[in-house]
Design a protein around this ligand. Structure first.
Ligand code: PLP
Length: 378
């Protein structure tokens, strides 16, 4: 099949059963490999949907500039879209952003601005978002997709990721597990399944130190997971059945084991998701698939996750034994359950961070496309 442009290659990512790991552990986990999206991660889905909507609404005109705060996959997706659609892209990152990610953004032609000022939580999220919003106010014909506050992000996952999993599994999955940061994935998937098939358990993995489901925040190492507050894209925390907190080291080790024992090269958040899915499969005694959404590829972490010196410096065990999974799974605390999941929605930040009025803060009733959100007519 010929595609009209690279963006049409997004979605329809494969589901792959973990034969060797499932055999060894008596589990039933199937991974959804989002690295097969053209920009290399699940973030392509939300990024394409947001830009598509901005074009339809006239927020973004030919030759315009996309401005976003992101240190990783979302920025890379936007940089790719900018190149494919002829937009300039400015990305605000912070000193924690890896050189690999910055190089990828630049490869697609994005301009990268490093924000050095920390916010009141000791992270860079708020200062990055505020500066991006201020920049958008002064640059003409610019658009802020605003992945953190724009509800279209969870809407994209409702229409795209969740629908696709439902169709691929013929509605026979026992549970779906994904990682959480801006909340797009878990918000969209959990809303879809609560409406369509509430018996399917919806779970997310978060980092210890993240403030999404806990009032206590502190630094952690898992990239792409966690936030300082509960993002609005988690439309209703009560749609989530379980939240697993995963230790930094466990996520790194699990991701390496996945590569060694299945030949599946994924990022660090995927290691965390895999552990949540294995734990759930064991505790539910699942007979039907547990779908684990693997957000990106391990190539993005070649200097950390797959660098023995970095692992040694960071005290991360490089064991390769498949049965090490058992130890990691036993380390996982019982999950937080709905409706007792803590939430800390910060709608006050919409004003404080000068969120633009192009950001959609309510879940839309309309659909983008006739066929439940295929992103393909961009
Ligand atoms: C690889 C990866 N997994 C999971 C997530 C979390 O997704 P969301 O921001 O939709 O909650 C991210 C977010 O950056 C990510 O990059």
């Amino acid at each position: 099949m010929n595609f009209k442009n690279i963006l049409q290659c997004a979605e329809k990512t494969p589901l792959v059963s973990l034969d060797r790991i499932n055999d060894a552990l008596g589990t039933n986990v199937v991974v959804k490999l989002e690295k097969f999206n053209p920009g290399g991660s699940i973030k392509d889905r939300a990024a394409i949907a947001l830009i598509k909507k901005a074009e339809i609404q006239g927020y973004l005109k030919p030759g315009g500039t996309i401005i976003e705060s992101s240190s990783g996959n979302f920025a890379i997706s936007l940089a790719m879209i900018g190149a494919a659609r002829g937009y300039k892209v400015i990305v605000l990152v912070d000193p924690k952003t890896t050189n690999t990610n910055i190089s990828l953004m630049k490869a697609y032609g994005a301009k990268v601005v490093v924000v050095e000022e920390k916010d009141d939580t000791g992270s860079y999220h708020k200062t990055r978002i505020k500066q991006a919003n201020e920049l958008a106010q002064v640059i003409e014909n610019s658009y802020r997709p605003d992945q953190c506050f724009n509800i279209l992000s969870s809407y994209a996952h409702y229409e795209s990721t969740a629908t696709e999993i439902y169709e691929q599994t013929k509605d026979e999955a026992d549970a779906i597990v994904c990682a959480v940061s801006t909340g797009g994935q878990i918000g969209g998937i959990s809303k879809f399944y609560k409406e369509k098939k509430s018996s399917c358990k919806i779970c997310c993995v978060d980092a210890f130190g993240s403030g999404i489901f806990s009032p206590e925040t502190y630094p952690y190492k898992i990239p792409g997971v966690g936030l300082g507050w509960t993002p609005r894209n988690i439309l209703d925390v009560n749609n989530i059945d379980y939240v697993f907190k995963i230790h930094d080291e466990s996520a790194f080790i699990a991701s390496r084991l996945l590569c060694r024992h299945e030949g599946i090269l994924c990022g660090v958040s995927s290691g965390a998701v895999l552990l949540g899915a294995l734990k759930l499969s064991i505790s539910m005694k699942s007979t039907r698939p547990i779908i684990a959404v693997m957000g990106d590829s391990g190539e993005r972490y070649i200097d950390t996750l797959f660098n023995e010196d970095w692992l040694y410096e960071n005290g991360i065990d490089t064991t390769n034994d498949i049965f090490h999974f058992k130890k990691l799974i036993n380390r996982i605390d019982p999950p937080q359950k709905s409706p007792n999941i803590y939430s800390n929605y910060r709608d006050d930040l919409i004003k404080e961070l000068k969120v633009p009025n192009t950001t959609i803060t309510h879940f839309p009733k309309i659909k983008f496309t006739k066929n439940h959100g295929g992103l393909h007519d961009l």
